[in-house]
Design a protein around this ligand. Structure first.
Ligand code: FES
Ligand code: FE
Length: 446
């Protein structure tokens, strides 16, 4: 059987098992699946590249990847964002080799072709002698054909055709408005990056809202008194899981008391928010919000922690954006940004950074819990045994059956379907695999 035939059969089987809430485990660590998802997912859909506050000045740039492809996220001297393909039009070398910086030009290290920060080719050494015939206008750096920004979040798509970003985000805009319209946020410091032997889909699926793992997987951190007041139960709250949200997934705690919560931000910080930016329903959800997390398909997750790194200290509202970058089958690179309200004091921003780092970073209290467990999933997924047995599947059936604990909350004011009672549903996480499967079979089954 060819690799092509094997993956086709695997995706067909997944089409059937998905209905029953089961996902073939081998999709988590398989070279052929990985290659196909680079093309069909990362090569076709909107992918997050960075926050506008990372490139505030003309000429500011950051190296970023879309799937595994090298790009430069740059603000040109005209003030516009571009996502330039980091490959020289001469022989293909990377023209940008620094992680970040500010520059008016990128000069290729191989033969010296030079491009403006808008991508235009402006210099070719010994042009008159050797490249007299060259039309520089036709040899600017390639760029992602679609770059759009939503509330400061910049996305790009490398496919020739794609729907407008806002249409792609769909119901997710309701949540993104709640965070980024209400609060002007900026990235604090540089993103932290690290590599993990995990398929990017394992954490992505978790961040669609695996609330079930918190009491078990994070018991030690919770017992230590770190993390959030709502997840520890210190503050009474309801947990919601949101499914049917145009391929994206969310979950969040809502406190029960009348006090303000705003993800753990203290009153002096809450005062700086743009309260008029939200409608009354949205504002009420924001006001009662404790820990909040979610994922924009395919690989941008976030967590609004509202917590602490020390039981003796006050909670702060830490917002983390994280991108799970594919790096080969069963491997990923995590890029982790910490954001804070722009108008808060420097001291507060520093606390936000500390709390973010202590809980979610390579050595973070919560991160190590998850990663230590996730390793094993992808190891098993890549096994011969998983390939040879059609019933080695992961299971997403929680909350189904005659008397499910999870109930649909009819008075939910936002997009999608809200599940109550601890968010004990897998429907939000299944949405990820449904969306993934649809994208993977998008040409009608290959
Ligand atoms: Fe860039 Fe030759 S590869 S100048
Ligand atoms: Fe976790």
């Amino acid at each position: 059987q060819t690799e092509f035939g094997r993956v086709k059969a695997l995706l067909e089987r997944m089409g059937e098992t998905l209905e029953d809430g089961e996902v073939p485990m081998q999709i988590l660590n398989d070279d052929a699946v990985h290659q196909l998802e680079l093309e069909r997912i990362f090569g076709q859909t909107w992918v997050y590249v960075g926050h506008e506050s990372e490139v505030p000045e003309p000429g500011d740039y950051r190296q970023r990847t879309i799937g595994e492809d090298p790009f430069i996220f740059v603000r040109g001297e005209d003030g516009d964002f571009r996502v330039l393909f980091n490959s020289c039009r001469h022989r293909g070398a990377n023209v940008c080799r620094a992680e970040k910086g500010n520059t008016s030009h990128f000069r290729c290290p191989y033969h010296g072709w030079t491009y403006k920060n808008t991508g235009d080719l402006v210099g070719v050494p010994q042009k008159a002698a050797g490249f007299d015939h060259l039309d520089a206008e036709e040899r600017g750096l390639h760029e992602a054909p679609h770059v759009e920004e939503y509330n400061g979040l910049v996305f790009a798509c490398v496919a020739p055709e794609v729907e407008p970003l806002e249409e792609f985000l769909g119901g997710a805009t309701w949540f993104l408005d709640m965070y980024f319209d209400l609060i002007d946020m900026e990235v604090i410091g540089d993103p932290h990056r690290w590599e993990v032997e995990n398929d990017w889909k394992t954490p992505t699926e978790n961040f669609y809202g695996d609330n079930y793992h918190i009491p078990m997987g994070h018991k030690s951190a919770i017992d230590a008194g770190v993390g959030s007041d709502t997840a520890t139960g210190e503050k009474e709250s309801n947990l919601y899981g949101i499914a049917d949200c145009d391929g994206h997934g969310f979950s969040f705690y809502q406190i029960e008391s009348e006090e303000d919560s705003y993800w753990g931000h203290p009153p002096e910080v809450v005062e700086t928010f743009n309260h008029d930016a939200l409608d009354d329903d949205q504002h009420e959800v924001a006001r009662k919000s404790g820990v909040t997390l979610g994922t924009i398909f395919p690989n941008l997750s976030f967590i609004f922690l509202g917590g602490r790194d020390d039981p003796e200290k006050d909670s702060v509202g830490t917002f983390l954006l994280r991108k799970w970058e594919p790096r080969g089958a069963g491997k990923m690179e995590v890029v982790n940004w910490i954001l804070a309200p722009k108008d808060a004091s420097d001291e507060y921003k520093e606390r936000v950074y500390e709390v973010g780092m202590s809980n979610f970073s390579p050595s973070g209290n919560f991160e190590v819990d998850d990663v230590g467990i996730w390793y094993g999933i992808d190891e098993a997924a890549g096994s011969v045994f998983a390939r040879q047995n059609d019933d080695v599947n992961t299971l997403f059936t929680m909350g189904r059956g005659e008397n499910p604990a999870a109930t649909v909350y009819d008075e939910w004011v936002g997009p999608g379907t809200a599940y109550l009672e601890g968010g004990m549903t897998d429907e939000n996480q299944l949405d990820f695999y449904r969306t993934w499967h649809e994208a993977m079979t998008s040409d009608g089954g290959m």
